[in-house]
Design a protein around this ligand. Sequence first.
Ligand SMILES: Nc1ncnc2c1ncn2[C@@H]1O[C@H](COP(=O)(O)OP(=O)(O)OP(=O)(O)O)[C@@H](O)[C@H]1O
Ligand code: SF4
Ligand SMILES: [Mg+2]
Length: 365
Amino acid sequence: MTDEIDLGDTDELPALSARSVQLAMAAGDADAAAAAAPRKGRTLVAADQLGKYFPVQPGLFARASKVVRAVDGVSLRVRRGETMGLVGESGCGKSTLGRLLLRLVEPSFGRVVFEGRDILPLRASEMRPLRRRMQIIFQDPYSSLNPRLTVREAVSEPIRIHKLAANRDDEEAQVEALLKKVGLRPEMMDRYPHEFSGGQRQRIGIARALAVRPDFIVCDEPISALDVSIQAQIVNLLEDLQDELGVAYLFISHDLNVVEHVSDRVAVMYLGKIVERAPARALYESAHHPYSRALLGAIPSADATKRRLRVLLQGDVPSPIDPPSGCAFHPRCPRSVKGTCDRETPPLVARADDPHHHVACWNPQ
Ligand SMILES: Nc1ncnc2c1ncn2[C@@H]1O[C@H](COP(=O)(O)OP(=O)(O)OP(=O)(O)O)[C@@H](O)[C@H]1O
Ligand code: SF4
Ligand SMILES: [Mg+2]
């Protein structure tokens, strides 16, 4: 048994940025708005200086073994009912961070705190009830579904594992209700994954994740394998489910427009570290880290009034096996200060003009 951990209060969410609060306000439902606001205020899951270094097999001529610094000292909170967007170039550690939060990957250092409890010292039997509450939705719904299980079996499996049904009838009713919730018809229950389209398979994956009534879901590129026409449907489904069930998401995506649309807050990762974190609107309207500005400036936008600074990212992402000294972005950064940026790692700190906006940069814009 571990003691409740207080991680301090450095990562606040402005209460009224919550989408469900806005929806309730728009509908003139002040009570629902008031009820939704505090639900999003409390930390559900937190990373505290979390890191994962993967060992790399030494090559034929290399003597010493090396490590990939996939996640390198990340602190991040996800609050109840909120969506935290996570963006960054390929290989910067987004999926590894998501898996670390679920303890699907064991960290090299740091802590993962779920509802105030450090989950890393917990044994498998102690983790089991928590596993039910933390789920993942994968990019490729086909490979994440067992081709030999019907939809009924796939969705009822987690219900059975976690003993969430009183009897077979109750289990059947739960599966039917879940399929309805994700927009699939009950008569589809006895079909196999290959009989469905990509969008339908992702709906089955979402039903499976929801079957155990989770509080937190890591959505790892949940729409990138789908046709563009289907993507909006799945995004809307995830948002509706959040409004209904109060589930929190870590939403990982390469589609920066979708991340802006779904997220309460967004964190930008570069080579295993968070370089900027802010409420979504603040970040997209005025990013301060040169990397975020370059990344967001690359979004094709129909809205000319946004006037995003378009800076092209130069060069490739450096290897996480041997990251650059100081600020890892310095070899690509137009604002790099010689003698500082190449020597000292900038900490992620709140801006003086906005305590909700955190930036790791010696010379921010
Ligand atoms: N099991 C592993 N063993 C060794 N290296 C790994 C392992 N998993 C990930 N890595 C490395 O860790 C780094 C981060 O990988 P990760 O998959 O977390 O990045 P990502 O941001 O999710 O990338 P993408 O956007 O392409 O999905 C990469 O360099 C990757 O090659
Ligand atoms: S710390 Fe220096 S190199 Fe890094 S992003 Fe800021 S200005 Fe650029
Ligand atoms: Mg990934």
